[in-house]
Unconditional design. Structure first.
Length: 303
């Protein structure tokens, strides 16, 4: 015979506590007839009488007293546990794991981390920075960051930042010695600072102007995936460096680096935060999604 379900036990406890079918029915929001049927079903499943009832009173049998003493505290514990779980919907807490490429971490996520953690002190961030493509589901991540062309179709994606732009820079000393390239193909006659990805691939440099796309594979005087080293080498005049504007904006503004071929460096959409399509988004991730939306609104409003 099937064991009783929680609704049967909840009905029993309500009647046992109130000693009144009508008050118990109102308390658990069922009809008196439905409540009475539940009690009969429970007794049939257990094979023992739990209550003696008349039109005027309800009294527990010895078996009923025993069941009440054991079940009532257990049901309270279950109720408390369910309330705590429901409460997680209201308060963002726990660990939020995000996988993102280094430029997105450095230029987009880094400024957000402090304000986000301040706004959500019960959330712990775990941000892994790597350039290779990762299956965030099998890797145990809540979300990832990638650019639009690399997003999987089955993921939900939201913009993480505004448009970005690659720029080509060199030190004033390098420009004085070697001159300024005017066209992307002029780079073939220059020393360049390049990056090789973890896959071993060293991508061509791409430029676009008025719908014309040009790819070049310039000679590499220095190859490094370390942004600090590449920046130092560019400042020291080792060669021309193509990188995201965010890395060199201040150096160009101060005159430590010179921006080259600006008419060939058009903006493109920034990275996206992406995550699996779920009916119930984890509270910490939902809090971060809402934070990103607000952050972008405030960024647009800044002068």
């Amino acid at each position: 015979m099937a064991d009783p379900d929680l609704r049967d036990l909840d009905a029993f406890v309500a009647v046992a506590r109130t000693r009144n079918f009508r008050r118990a029915a109102v308390e658990i929001r069922v009809s008196v007839s439905s409540l009475s049927q539940r009690l009969r079903d429970l007794e049939e499943r257990l094979g023992v009488r739990l209550m003696n009832r008349t039109t005027r009173s309800v009294a527990l049998t010895e078996a009923g007293e025993l069941l009440l003493s054991r079940v009532a505290p257990a049901l309270r514990d279950v109720g408390d546990a369910l309330d705590q779980v429901r409460g997680l919907r209201e308060v963002a807490s726990g660990r939020l794991r995000i996988n993102a490429p280094p430029p997105a971490v450095d230029l987009v996520l880094a400024p957000m981390v402090g304000p986000f953690l301040s706004a959500h002190p019960q959330v712990d961030l775990d941000i892994v920075s790597e350039s290779g493509f990762v299956d965030i589901v099998s890797g145990g991540y809540d979300a990832g960051v990638r650019y639009g062309e690399h997003l999987a179709q089955d993921m939900v994606a939201i913009p993480l930042s505004g448009a970005q732009r690659y720029v080509v820079v060199a030190s004033p000393g390098y420009v004085a010695r070697r001159g300024k390239p005017k066209h992307p193909k002029d780079l073939l006659d220059h020393d360049c600072i390049r990056a090789r990805y973890s896959s071993g691939v060293m991508h061509d440099w791409e430029f676009e102007k008025a719908g014309q796309l040009v790819k070049v594979d310039p000679p590499a005087k220095l190859i490094s995936t370390n942004m600090g080293l590449a920046m130092r080498a560019a400042l020291d005049g080792a060669g021309i460096w193509a990188t995201l504007d965010g890395y060199v904006h201040d150096a160009v503004k101060s005159g430590a680096l010179v921006s080259l071929m600006e008419d060939w460096c058009e903006p493109f959409p920034g990275p996206f935060l992406y995550y699996p399509s779920r009916r119930q988004t984890p509270p910490a991730l939902r809090a971060f999604i809402d934070f990103v939306a607000d952050w972008r609104k405030r960024s647009v409003s800044r002068p």
